[in-house]
Design a protein around this ligand. Sequence first.
Ligand code: GLV
Ligand code: MN
Ligand code: MN
Ligand code: MN
Length: 400
Amino acid sequence: MSGTQTLLDEIAGVGADPARGGYSRHVFDHAETQLREWFTERATGAGLEVETDRNGNLWAWWGTPGPDAVVTGSHLDSVPGGGAFDGPLGVASALAAVRALRERGVTPARPLAVVVFAEEEGGRFGVPCLGSRLLTGAIDPDKARRLRDPDGVTLAEAAAGAGLDPARLGPDPERLGRIGRFVELHVEQGRALADLDDAPIAVGSTVIAHGRWRFSFAGQGNHAGATLLADRRDPMLPAAAVVAAARRVAATVPQARATVGRLVPRPGGTNVIASTVDLWLDARVPGEGVHPMVAEIAEAARAAAEDEGCTVTVTEESSSGDVTFDPALRDELGALLGGVPELPTGAGHDAAILAGHVPSAMLYVRNPTGISHAPEEFAEAADVERGGAALRTVLERLCR
Ligand code: GLV
Ligand code: MN
Ligand code: MN
Ligand code: MN
């Protein structure tokens, strides 16, 4: 029998990024394609029937696809330089659970599927949970088709390259209608479980509202030595003001997080005053606070751009409201797993997108470093197996 950790070990070399550390696995790139092939092989080997949906999500079915299915899974893409567990832990534990149930001779009374969602991190096309947003109709397919990666390749082009029909990207109500309940297992992405005594597993309670905004500044590219300070229109200055404003404003809003993790000056030379700077703001606040917070940061951007003789445009690329996972399903998971804690999270997940349509829940596995979206993300092998066992227990019960 092959457990969750063994499956994770099988993919440990795929998409390793020595330059950044950790893993860079982006939708339809070489590494993510290899992981899709690995998943298909392992799922087929476990007796599941694998299909790719119109949006590039993979579904591995135990039993005839149909209504009231129990669905579990996560994603195989990563952020740039991400950890080994964010995504793959949920996929590997799902495969291991199915294998174990089959070996025990369990026959589910309803269909069970393991799903791999495409582009959960938005690491290539900028919109997180793209596969589940397309499936559920949370993003306009025309807008999605036009999304571009950093090399200018559109999602439509990349999807066609991966063998999908770009014209068919979009809502898939028939497929969505098959899902009776959805459970995603995930590595914990903060310190909450590590800080508790003896709490390797938790049930998810809420996901806080969040979104991504692009700030595009334009000034005048020029010579770093020959251009007097008084003559400059340097878009890096208002960009820097946004970085500072994000922290300053977020500090005034309870529970807020605001991050500038990506900033692209063009043309990008040490001795060149940039002509443009694009940066991306990731903002998260429970409740209704995210848009007002971003509006305040955008106001600081406009003032700083004007001071420097630059222009700025601010574009919302994606946003999601607060999500509360299904109370009845949470209670059922909690009862099955025997009094594990419930945890809110600031991280986004496909389960939170699905939660608007079908009863959804999450299980978290303790991360002793408390670090995620970085190579230091970790889960002890014993906790990985505890998570796998918890998911197995849950699936066995839900499939009855
Ligand atoms: C996805 O992992 C996110 O919350 O950014
Ligand atoms: Mn992530
Ligand atoms: Mn994830
Ligand atoms: Mn996520």
